[in-house]
Every structure is written in structure tokens, then in C-alpha cells.
Design a protein around this ligand. Structure first.
Ligand SMILES: Cc1cc2nc3c(=O)[nH]c(=O)nc-3n(C[C@H](O)[C@H](O)[C@H](O)COP(=O)(O)OP(=O)(O)OC[C@H]3O[C@@H](n4cnc5c(N)ncnc54)[C@H](O)[C@@H]3O)c2cc1C
Length: 825
């Protein structure tokens, strides 16, 4: 009889071997030893196990001897693998192979090395960047009147354009030797974030020349001549660049562009020149209407074989001065009331010489790879920075507003319903800023983090949508009535722009994060695919068996951590937050097993199962955001006051990741597999709960009052020192409300005791002073707090004929700008 103890020992040994990724020989040795002692353990003849040995020995030999294993196992599996592999087009392959992986690959592997995460540098500004942000960036923010820009001018004012050019805002990624600022990714991101907190129009105008476009492409692929000519001109703003990829028929599927060029000879500058005749139609191109140089993506054909035998030469990129004959550029789109320059452009039989191709003729047909390789930098920086700016704005403004706005004689921040929303805003802003910082570290260390950049692009813009929606709800009508006093409405309007550009979000979630992540981050999948493609059985065999060992190890570890609630998982610290590292280790192992199961059972079909792929991508992303929050907490010296924000960020991520995994189990085509995975990986069903009310209240308190945690959370936000600026007024109102607190509480107590009667506030104050409840100084504090509150709750109002007047004055003089908005409470 097999005893319970024996079963436990067998399972424990198997678990241990799997968890340690034991070799096939170690497995065979242990199984062989067990078979040897089995007869004496159970009092049977050794010959009774002959049939078992007859199976075991050949299996062990095949698996243990690579020569046999390759023939008997790996070769048939390779053939099957080839059949299961999804069909991948050249452009898809180039997109999948572009860039590199970083911390997200650790999370994908099932056993993240937390020490490595904590040992990465801290995201910090260098002296030049700090001086630039404290100087020109603040100056720029002071110059900006976003209402005037978006309502009246529909453009940045001339002095702002000049300032941007003079101060080299368009040259942040350009090296100093070309006259640029040569900022780090973190410095660049911090500049965009600060400007975004003042004006989305100004932020987009600044970020586009520094993102994927002419400067970046030239830096990586340009010829020396192109670099020496264009980079100094781009850095100084002498040239305004744009990059045109999208067209009416080619949006998300940009590689489907019909725009084309044909190699030909034509007279150019009086000489017969080898070049390209181009025809294109592009739209949505940012800075297009004012660009002096257009980066263009098109498909190149050589029907007359002037440069090669090949007719279709593939996607190619060129830099074209916008005054080249045949170009129609200058019209504008009107993207959601933002005033940054954006518009269509078209080319009809535009002739360009060959040396306008970025990188020259050697780079013909490499355009798609160049774009995909360069995408990660900008995607890691621009929109994550803009979204984080919005998160900080929402936190600081909503907290102060909720502290001073009173309803039912109480600051609304004291109501549980508001603190629930406020806590969520603050927690999200913390996670967003942490992920922004972490991802710029990858760029600064020379990585091209294709998956991490997709994670932050998608999740930070989605969280921006969430926090701005929440901030609007807290502000009520104050957030809705537009005018110069409204600091939220234009950000609210701009959200769908961030969601759509640089990889529209639904596509990014459904196809990129897990789709690319599975191939780039998985330790063996890409190796297996490459080996299968080239038919290299030896490489395939090695990758396959390492892959199987990893799967066994993750399965053993994930089920063990599930059973023991991650108590024995590794953590790099022994402090209070150690449990979060442990839970994330457990989640990472559970995710790895789930991802493998989906890949194994669905194969290439997973590409079409976008909802499943999207949820798996969400789990990877949530672990990334939670680990970013833990790193930030450690980097900032484990500040106790920040703990509610850290706890919210991690607990929310753990809970949401768990729910997403449950949704995966419920939606796997094999219900049985789904149930087994849930049972093995989450034996107690749900392990994590959403952040509770008490935690939300603690997180809300961080932004409801002055304090170091509030300052750290909103660091890098622009707050004007202008007395008329609505954000400055909020700051003042919060400061005065805080100063008046003791006096107000004395007044409340006196009213409760019947010492004072409620009524006209001014009379009440006079009476309170004469009754000795408060002194004159305190009465003045209360009056100042009330006056400051009245200023911040005021909204803009316009004369009844404002729009009529505006229309007729526009008809009289289209450059006329209207005087808008006066405040009213
Ligand atoms: C304000 C603004 C500025 C821009 N600036 C530039 C610029 O400077 N240069 C430039 O070249 N382009 C620019 N773009 C274009 C931008 O990159 C595209 O808008 C974007 O690629 C999406 O294309 P589309 O708008 O045609 O949407 P579509 O491609 O029509 O997509 C519509 C929806 O379908 C979803 N979708 C598409 N395919 C899939 C799929 N396989 N699975 C799941 N969902 C899918 C998308 O996520 C989206 O939600 C800009 C766009 C805007 C609005």
C-alpha cells in the first residue's frame, strides 16, 4: 500500500526538482532510485516492476542523450511547431523583432530578480536639465495662456514660438555637438511633463520634434552629410520638422500605405538627376501645417530597374523641404479644441534626388525597420510624460479643491464618496510617475524597450483618462464651465488624442503588449521560432528543453506560492513592503504558467484571440506598474508619508491582475484547462482584495493637506506665482484654509455650546471676537480663507453676445483676439 507519507514525499521531491529546473538526468536518477527501493518498501519482488523498467529506461535514455532526443522528440515537435506558428508578414516580423527587453522580461520569466530592479539607477535630473527646467521651462510656462491659445489664437503666440526655438526646446534629443541640449530621457520627459501641466498644445508642439521623426531618424540612420546639415538647423528651430506616416487608408495598419515613389531620372536644379517621383496623401500630421521639412514614409518601386533588379523596394523614408514643387501642405485639422498644428499634406509628382532618402540609397527599403526600432524611445517618453503631468495636476488641484470647496457646511474632501475618488487619483498619479521614471531609465541605459514603452503608452494614457474623469467629478460644475479659470477642461478634451496617437490604445493592448511581449520577453520562444524557421534542430532542441524546464519550475513555484500565500517567496528587503515583493513573485510565476498554457493550447490562434491577449498584457503591465512603485518608494528613501500611495498602487495592481487572470481562465477555449489553472494557481480562489476604504482615505489625505508627500507626488508640476492664476489661487486657498483651521474649530465649538449663534458670517465673527472665542488675528485668518475660497470656486462667465461678437469681429478681422471670460462665484 502506498502510504500518505510516501505520496507527500514523492510530490515534495518532484516539486523540488521542478522548482530547481533539474536536468533530465537528475529526474531520471531520482525516479530510477525510487523504482529500485519500491519493491523493498512495499514487500514485492523486484521482477514485478520489469514492465515499468522497460518503459523507463528507453524514455530516460532518449531524453538524456541529446543525439537521440533530437531525432525522436525535437524533430517531430519542430515540425508541429512550424505548423502552429502564426503566419507573420515581413512588416509584422520587423515590428516584433524591433527593440530590446528590460525589466518586463524579468516579470515575464516567472522569477523576477528584485535586486536587479533596486540596483538600477534612480531617475534623477542632471545639473543642465535642472537649470533648464527651473529657467527656460518655467519661463515658457509663465508665457503661456492656454485659454487664449486654444480659444482665440488657435496657435501658440509668436513670442512663444520664438522662445521655443531660441531656447532649443526642439533639440532636446540632439547632441551638443550639433547645437542640441542632449538631455537624458528622464530630463526630456520631465520637461514635457511640466509643460503639459500648463498647456497640452505647448507640450505636443515641444514633444513632436523630440519624438519619432526627422531628428531621431537622422541620429540613428542619417548620412554624415544629412546630420551635419539638418541637426544644427533642427536644434535651433530654423527647421520645423514633421513626420508623415498616416494616411486615409493607412491608420493603425500604417504599413498598408498606398503612398509611393518611382525611381526615375529627371531634371533637377538644371541637371539630369537620378531620383524618385513621389505621390502621397497623408493626414493627421502634427506640425505639418508649419513644417519646413517633412519626413515622409512611402513605398519605393523601381520598374525600370534603374538602381537594382528588384522592382518592389519596400518602405523607404525621406526628408523633403516643404517648399519642393508639387507639395500641398498648410491646411489644418482641428483636434478636439487643441491648437497645436496638425493637418494633412499631399504630394503630386514630387521629384526628390536620391540623397534625400534618410541614410541615402543604402537605406532603401529599410524604412519600416527604422521606424519600428526608433519607436520605443519616443513612446517611452512623450505620452507617458504628458499623462503623468495630467495625473499630478489632477491630484494637486482636486485635493486642494476638495479641501476648500464646502457643501453641507463641510469641505467636500471630508465626504467618504469624494475621498474614495481622491485616493484613487493620488494612488494612480504615484504609479504613473513611478512607471514614467522607470521606463526612462531603460532608455537612458541604451535599451529600446519596445514592450515597456507600449505598456506605459497604453496604461498611463488610460490612467490619465481615469484621473481626469475623477478630477472632473470632484470639481463638478467648476470643471465643466470653460474659460480661462478652468485648468481641467482642455486636458479632459485632449485625452482621446493621447489614446489614439503613437499606437491607438485598443490595438496596443490587444496586439502589442502581450503579442510582442510573448515573443520578445519570453526567454525561449523567439529562439524556438528562429530555430524552427531555419530548421536548426540542435538549437530548437536546446531551447525546447530549457523551455520545458522553465515551465515545470514556474508551475512548481506558482502552485507552492499559491498554496502558502507567497509566504516563502523571495523579497529583496525585510521591511513592511517585503510582502508586496513576495506577492509579485508569486503573480509573476502564475502569469508565466498561464501565458505558457495559452500559447501551448492556442498557438498562432492566440493572435486572433485579442481579448485573451489583452488581458495577459494587462497582467504583465500591472506587475510592471507595481514594481515601478516599489522601486520609487525605495529610491525615495521609504518615506512613511508616501506609504498609503505605495500601498494603493501595489494593492490595486495585485487585485486587478488577479481578476484579469480569472477572466483569462474563464475565457480559455478549454474550460477544463481554465479550471485546472485556477485551482492549481489560486487554490483559495481570490487572494487579493481591492484597496479598502481606510486605505483610500489615507491616500486621499495625502493630497487634501499640505505636506511632504503631496510635494513629492506633484513634483515637477508648474504652479504659477501669478496672483490671478487659478492654480496659484487654489494653493493660496488651501494654505489659508489650513491656517484658519484652529479658529474655525473654535467657532464651531462655540456654536455647538450655544456660546455663538449661526447667522451672518461677518456678524458672527465680530461677536466671536468680542466673546473671546477667537482673537482679531484669527478673525482675519478666517476672512482671508473665505475670500480665497470664493475666488477658487468662481467660474467664468461671458457676455450674452460674446460668441456673436466674436464671429462678427472674426469676419471683420480674422487675426483679432477676443477678451474672454470674467470670473463669477
Ligand atoms: C491629433 C493627432 C496627431 C497625429 N500625429 C501624427 C503624426 O504626426 N504623424 C503621423 O504619421 N500620424 C499621426 N497621427 C496618426 C495616428 O498615429 C493615427 O491616428 C493612429 O495610428 C490610428 O489610426 P486611425 O486614426 O486611422 O485609426 P484606425 O486605424 O482606423 O483605428 C480605429 C480603431 O481601431 C482599432 N484597431 C485597429 N486595428 C486593430 C486591431 N488589429 N485590433 C484591435 N483594434 C484595432 C484602433 O486601436 C482604434 O481604436 C496623429 C493622429 C492624431 C489624431
Amino acid at each position: 500500500m502506498v502510504t500518505l507519507l510516501e505520496v507527500i514525499i514523492v510530490i515534495a521531491v518532484a516539486w523540488g526538482l521542478a522548482a530547481r529546473s533539474a536536468s533530465t538526468w537528475a529526474w531520471s536518477g531520482v525516479i530510477g532510485a525510487y523504482l529500485l527501493v519500491w519493491p523493498s518498501l512495499h514487500g514485492i519482488s523486484a521482477w514485478a516492476l520489469t514492465p515499468v523498467w522497460l518503459v523507463f529506461i528507453p524514455v530516460a535514455a532518449v531524453l538524456g542523450l541529446p543525439v537521440l532526443r533530437r531525432r525522436v522528440v525535437s524533430l517531430p515537435v519542430l515540425k508541429l511547431f512550424k505548423k502552429l506558428m502564426p503566419s507573420v508578414s515581413d512588416t509584422e516580423r520587423e515590428a516584433l523583432e524591433a527593440g530590446s527587453t528590460w525589466w518586463e522580461a524579468d516579470l515575464f520569466s516567472g522569477s523576477p530578480d528584485w535586486r536587479k530592479l533596486l540596483d538600477y539607477d534612480k531617475p534623477e535630473l542632471n545639473a543642465d536639465e535642472k537649470a533648464f527646467i527651473d529657467g527656460p521651462v518655467n519661463e515658457l510656462c509663465r508665457m503661456i495662456d492656454d485659454w487664449k491659445i486654444t480659444e482665440d489664437l488657435h496657435d501658440l503666440p509668436e513670442p512663444v514660438w520664438d522662445f521655443l526655438k531660441q531656447q532649443c526646446f526642439f533639440g532636446m534629443i540632439i547632441p551638443k555637438r550639433y547645437g542640441g541640449l542632449e538631455f537624458t530621457a528622464y530630463g526630456h520627459s520631465s520637461v514635457v511633463m511640466k509643460i503639459a501641466s500648463r498647456s497640452i498644445t505647448a507640450a505636443v508642439t515641444t514633444m513632436v520634434p523630440n519624438s519619432l521623426g526627422p531628428a531621431q531618424l537622422l541620429l540613428h540612420y542619417g548620412t554624415e552629410e544629412q546630420k551635419n546639415y539638418y541637426l544644427p538647423r533642427l536644434a535651433s528651430g530654423e527647421e520645423i520638422p514633421c513626420f508623415a506616416l498616416t494616411g486615409p487608408e493607412a491608420g493603425s495598419d500604417a504599413a498598408a500605405m498606398p503612398d509611393h515613389g518611382v525611381v526615375c531620372r529627371q531634371i533637377f536644379n538644371g541637371e539630369k538627376t537620378l531620383g524618385i517621383r513621389l505621390n502621397w496623401e497623408k493626414r493627421y500630421i502634427t506640425l505639418g501645417p508649419v513644417a519646413t521639412v517633412l519626413g515622409l514614409a512611402f513605398k519605393l518601386y523601381d520598374p525600370d530597374h534603374l538602381i537594382s533588379e528588384q522592382e518592389e523596394r519596400g518602405i523607404t523614408l525621406a526628408l523633403i523641404p516643404t517648399d519642393t514643387p508639387g507639395i500641398d501642405i498648410g491646411n489644418r485639422h482641428f483636434p478636439l479644441n487643441q491648437a497645436f498644428m496638425n493637418g494633412p499634406n499631399r504630394g503630386k509628382d514630387v521629384f526628390i534626388p536620391m540623397d534625400w532618402i534618410i541614410g541615402g540609397q543604402a537605406r532603401i527599403g529599410e524604412g519600416w525597420r527604422m521606424l519600428m526600432e526608433s519607436l520605443a524611445d519616443g513612446r517611452s517618453i512623450s505620452l507617458p510624460a504628458l499623462s503623468t503631468g495630467a495625473g499630478k495636476l489632477a491630484s494637486r488641484a482636486s485635493g486642494a479643491y476638495a479641501a476648500v470647496r464646502k457643501q453641507f457646511k463641510t469641505p467636500i474632501g471630508k465626504f467618504e464618496g469624494i475621498s474614495e475618488v481622491l485616493g484613487r487619483i493620488a494612488g494612480n498619479a504615484y504609479a504613473m510617475d513611478a512607471a514614467r521614471g522607470l521606463t526612462t531609465l531603460a532608455v537612458d541605459s541604451g535599451e529600446k524597450p519596445s514592450v515597456a514603452s507600449a505598456i506605459v503608452k497604453y496604461h498611463l494614457t488610460e490612467r490619465m483618462r481615469r484621473v481626469i474623469d475623477d478630477a472632473m467629478d470632484i470639481h463638478g460644475g467648476r470643471g465643466i464651465c470653460m474659460g480661462p479659470r478652468n485648468y481641467l477642461a482642455r486636458v479632459y478634451q485632449a485625452i482621446p488624442i493621447s489614446i489614439t496617437v503613437e499606437g491607438a490604445n485598443i490595438l496596443t493592448r490587444s496586439l502589442i503588449i502581450f503579442g510582442q511581449g510573448a515573443i520578445r520577453c519570453h526567454p525561449y520562444l523567439l529562439k524556438e521560432m528562429e530555430a524552427a524557421q531555419t530548421g536548426n534542430v540542435t538549437a530548437f532542441d536546446r531551447a525546447l528543453f530549457d523551455h520545458i524546464k522553465l515551465l515545470c519550475s514556474n508551475l512548481a513555484r506558482a502552485s507552492f506560492h499559491g498554496l502558502t500565500r507567497a509566504r516563502f517567496a523571495q523579497a529583496p528587503v525585510d521591511r513592511e513592503e517585503a510582502r508586496y515583493y513576495r506577492h509579485l513573485t508569486r503573480l509573476s510565476a502564475a502569469f508565466a504558467v498561464t501565458a505558457e498554457s495559452a500559447l501551448l493550447t492556442l498557438g498562432g490562434e492566440l493572435k486572433r484571440k485579442e481579448s485573451l491577449s489583452g488581458r495577459l498584457g494587462d497582467v504583465l503591465s500591472l506587475m510592471y506598474l507595481a514594481s515601478a512603485a516599489l522601486k520609487r518608494f525605495a529610491d525615495q528613501g521609504r518615506q512613511t508619508a508616501d506609504r498609503p500611495l505605495l500601498e494603493w498602487a501595489v494593492r490595486d495592481a495585485l487585485y486587478q491582475a488577479q481578476q484579469k487572470l480569472f477572466e483569462v481562465y474563464d475565457n480559455l477555449p478549454s474550460r477544463v484547462l481554465g479550471r485546472v489553472l485556477k485551482w492549481v494557481l489560486f487554490p483559495y480562489s481570490a487572494s487579493y482584495r481591492a484597496p479598502d476604504d481606510a486605505l483610500l482615505q489615507r491616500a486621499a489625505n495625502v493630497v487634501l493637506r499640505w505636506g511632504s508627500a503631496r510635494e513629492r507626488l506633484t513634483d515637477g508640476l508648474f504652479i504659477s506665482d501669478d496672483d490671478d492664476d487659478p492654480l496659484n489661487q487654489l494653493e493660496v486657498a488651501l494654505e489659508r484654509a489650513t491656517a484658519a483651521q484652529p479658529a474655525l474649530s473654535n467657532l464651531r465649538n462655540a456654536m455647538r455650546n450655544g456660546q455663538l449663534e449661526a447667522g451672518d458670517p461677518e456678524l458672527c465673527l465680530i461677536e466671536a471676537v468680542s466673546a473671546g472665542v477667537i482673537d482679531e488675528r484669527e478673525a482675519a485668518q478666517v476672512r482671508a480663507a473665505v475670500a480665497a475660497r470664493q475666488r477658487v470656486i468662481g467660474v467664468d462667465e461671458f457676455p450674452g453676445d460674446y460668441w456673436k461678437e466674436k464671429n462678427s469681429s472674426w469676419q471683420r478681422n480674422p487675426t483679432h483676439s477676443q477678451q474672454a471670460g470674467q470670473s463669477t462665484s
